[in-house]
Design a protein around this ligand. Structure first.
Ligand code: C2E
Ligand code: MG
Ligand code: MG
Length: 762
């Protein structure tokens, strides 16, 4: 039982002071009457006893009522004890008096009055003491117990019957007390539950983010929470006021929270008694508040009105939809927005004489600005570009940023290609003018691809065409513009088909490796065979790696393809004489992939090839980027035992610093050096490079030796150590190279050179 209910039960003992006080003096009066009539002294003595105990209990009652605080559990215990003492005292007094009257007097009327008084007093106790049935039972025992015992003792049919009836009667009212207590306790439990529910409802009501009002069926306010009062800037008095819906709406209009029109709308919704919602805007435009009102009819009539402040949500939605359609940096429309807008314009222009052009603008050297001056400067530059483009265009033209350094312009209502070309020229010129960004003078360029509208053309096709034209403009040397032409689409389509074919080829193992030997000029023996990719396409025939590798690089397929080539070449080399190594070409991307080292390690492991028999050919472009990383990877490969050779030396930057800075073991001088070798200058150049490389401790190979004259010229001064070319052998399939190596292995130098001429293989 909760402490509150225990306290309430004690409180019930003191609930009705009047019946108890008057009840206490009833036996005193009856006692006085009996004592006077029977003249019994002992009976007289009982009268003051009733008065003293009665007064003490009345005083107790009075003191209890004087308290004005809520009864605590401890206090309840004390007061219960006091009440029990009073009740016991009175019970004893009644018991003694009852027994005395029955024993000391012989007047049946006195006996009748006595029994009636005791019974009446005790039964009245049911209504007073039900809160504590133990006290009631004790009191009954003390007062009725002696009375029944004496009745039995006096004897006689009437007295015994009276005693038995009293016994049964008190048994019944004892039961009644317990029932009363149960009812009282249940009432208290229900009250407590109700109070808790009301408290929870109140908390929920006043802590909800929505304003809430409940109106009864006759349109009067039943409930209003504080949030509603705050939102509408009303006085707190409204909560308890029972005001009508129209009073409340008027007050809201007066406080400036809603307009008179909104008030009318709200009242009609409440009167409608149907579910609905409306959105209202604040009459004070500077506050710019939006409220969402929901009206919900209640089952027994009446309406619940919920109000939500949706200003932040509305602003956030507006921001999100702006972000979804505009570029955050430059505030220009974005790709989605542009596409929609152009789609709409193209649809409305259908059939019109006027033409339009779509110009795809791409900035040249923007990446360098980003890399060297940092992203914040890059961002400022993009904003400056956007500003220049905006300034250059007419109001009816449309410019958007597609992300990165790509901008797109839609030039409307033009008469000819020349108008579009004029704009493209102006864009290239204007964007190429210097920019001042954070005290840096920045110069970039721009390339433009143009697609002209044609009847029925879609926005996507226009964009695709302009993109193709841009690709061409960039290929043409950047800083220029180019119109889309149909053959561009064909080239792109051909390339797309090639890409598809390449993917299939890797899966279907349509690739093959050919091998071309490198000959040591002193021993005349084959030292290394270079693995060269071939693609045997059912329709295209044998496709050259010059056509495959760049496409595979663009597609990112080179990593998978390169892995296949490396493993295949290592396995093939295991079938050759031990003195012969294999050289594998690596593309820059492949070389910069994260796990190139583990790739190489794995290929060696699965094939069982010793690392010193593998040579990796890299080009200068591999060394260009990320120099430190490149250097580290090369050093690690070197530590593994793999040899690195620099391929096609002389075709790129030919920086001599590469020869010095990177751990290279071999330099392959490109065959372009052989052009015009019979004249003095090229030969001097070739010999110079060869001598320098040899002095740096590297083997020197000359590629593309086709004639004996070339061979003689390059081998004259001894700097060139190896040679490769059709003179010795063209690249041949693996079966052929195996035969060749087995045949030539162990033969003398000059035999070797004659045994392996190109003609004998081809
Ligand atoms: P490269 O690595 O410089 O290979 C030498 C190229 O020169 C080969 O062309 C070879 O057939 C050709 N060649 C050799 N001797 C002579 C000669 O005496 N006269 C002439 N005119 N040409 C000669 P190929 O096989 O067409 O390969 C071309 C390029 O494709 C290679 O140049 C290499 O850069 C690349 N490549 C070939 N296979 C692969 C590969 O598996 N992976 C990678 N990443 N690139 C490869
Ligand atoms: Mg090579
Ligand atoms: Mg080469």
């Amino acid at each position: 039982m909760s402490p509150t209910i225990s306290a309430a039960l004690v409180e019930s003992l003191f609930m009705n002071p009047a019946p108890m006080i008057f009840g206490a003096f009833g036996p005193a009066i009856a006692g006085a009457v009996i004592a006077a009539v029977t003249r019994d002294l002992f009976c007289w003595l009982c009268v003051p006893l009733f008065i003293v105990v009665g007064l003490a209990r009345a005083l107790q009652m009075y003191r209890y009522k004087q308290r004005n605080s809520r009864l605590t559990v401890e206090e309840a215990g004390i007061w219960e004890k006091r009440y029990r003492i009073g009740a016991i005292a009175y019970g004893i007094a009644l018991g003694i008096w009852g027994a005395a009257v029955l024993l000391r007097t012989s007047d049946p009327a006195a006996h009748m009055l006595c029994v009636t008084t005791v019974v009446a007093y005790t039964s009245a106790g049911v209504g007073r003491t039900f809160g504590r049935p133990q006290i009631f039972r004790l009191q009954v025992l003390l007062s009725i117990g002696p009375l029944i015992a004496t009745l039995m003792y006096v004897g006689g049919a009437f007295y015994i019957a009276l005693a038995l009836l009293s016994f049964v009667f008190f048994g019944a009212i004892r039961h009644l007390t317990s029932s009363l207590q149960r009812i009282y306790v249940n009432a208290w439990i229900a009250k407590e539950r109700e109070a808790a529910l009301a408290g929870q409802f109140d908390t929920a009501l006043n802590n909800m983010p929505h304003g809430l009002c409940m109106f009864t069926a006759d349109g009067h306010l039943a409930v209003m929470n504080h949030r509603f009062i705050d939102m509408m800037e009303l006085s707190e008095d409204f909560v308890q006021s029972g005001a009508s819906a129209s009073d409340i709406c008027n007050a809201c209009v007066l406080s400036g929270a809603i307009s008179a029109a909104t008030s009318r709308q709200i009242l009609s919704e409440i009167e409608n008694s149907q579910a609905g919602d409306i959105i209202t805007n604040d009459p004070d435009a500077s506050r710019n508040r939006s409220l969402s009102w929901t009206f919900q009819p209640m089952s027994g009539g009446g309406t619940v009105v919920l109000v939500e402040d949706i200003t932040e949500r509305r602003d956030a939605e507006a921001r999100i939809s702006h972000l979804a359609r505009y570029d955050e940096l430059t505030q220009l429309p974005n790709r989605v927005n542009f596409r929609d807008e152009i789609g709409r314009l193209l649809a409305t222009r259908y059939g019109s004489e006027q033409r339009s052009a779509l110009l795809f603008v791409d900035l040249d050297q923007f990446k360098q600005v980003n890399d060297t001056l940092g992203h914040p400067c890059g961002d400022q530059l993009l904003c400056a570009v956007a500003e220049r483009l905006r300034e250059m265009l007419r109001p009816e033209d449309f410019v958007a940023r597609f992300g990165g350094d790509e901008f797109v312009v839609f030039q409307q209502n033009i008469h000819s290609h020349e108008d579009a070309a004029g704009l493209a020229r102006r864009i290239v010129d204007r964007l190429s003018e210097r920019y001042k960004i954070d005290n840096h003078l920045v110069e970039i360029g721009a390339s433009v691809g143009i697609a002209m509208t044609a009847p029925g053309v879609s926005a996507d096709t226009l964009l695709k065409n302009a993109d193709m034209a841009l690709y061409r403009a960039k290929a043409d040397g950047r800083g220029t513009f180019c119109f889309f032409r149909d053959e561009m689409a064909q080239t792109v389509e051909a390339r797309r088909i090639l890409e598809l074919d390449l993917r299939k080829a890797l899966a279907n193992e349509e690739f093959e490796l050919y091998y071309q030997p490198l000959i040591n000029l002193r021993s005349g023996k084959v030292t290394t065979c270079e693995a060269l990719l071939r693609w045997n396409h059912p329709v295209r025939g044998t496709v050259s790696p010059v056509d495959i590798i760049p496409v595979a690089e663009d597609m990112g397929l080179i990593v998978d393809l390169g892995r296949w080539i490396l493993r295949k070449a290592c396995m093939e080399c295991m079938k050759w004489p031990e003195a012969v190594s294999v050289a594998v070409n690596f593309s820059p991307q492949q070389f910069h992939q994260r796990d190139v080292l583990s790739e190489v390690r794995y290929a060696l492991e699965v094939s069982g090839l010793p690392a010193h028999r593998l040579e990796i050919e890299i080009t200068e472009s591999s060394l260009l980027h990320n120099t430190q990383l490149t250097h580290d990877v090369l050093s690690q490969l070197r530590t593994l035992g793999v040899r690195i050779s620099l391929d096609d030396f002389g075709t790129g930057y030919s920086s001599l610093s590469y020869l010095h800075n990177f751990p290279l073991q071999k330099v392959k001088i490109d065959r372009s050096f052989l052009e015009g070798i019979d004249s003095d200058r090229p030969l001097t150049l070739l010999r110079g490079v060869a001598r320098l490389s040899a002095d740096l401790g590297m083997s020197v190979v000359v590629e593309g030796i086709e004639t004996n004259e070339q061979l003689e010229l390059i081998s004259a001064d001894g700097a060139v150590t190896e040679a490769q070319g059709y003179l010795f052998s063209r690249p041949v399939p693996s079966v052929r190279i195996r035969q060749l190596l087995n045949a030539s292995h162990g033969r003398r130098t000059d035999e070797q050179l004659h045994v392996v001429p190109s003609r004998s293989i081809a």
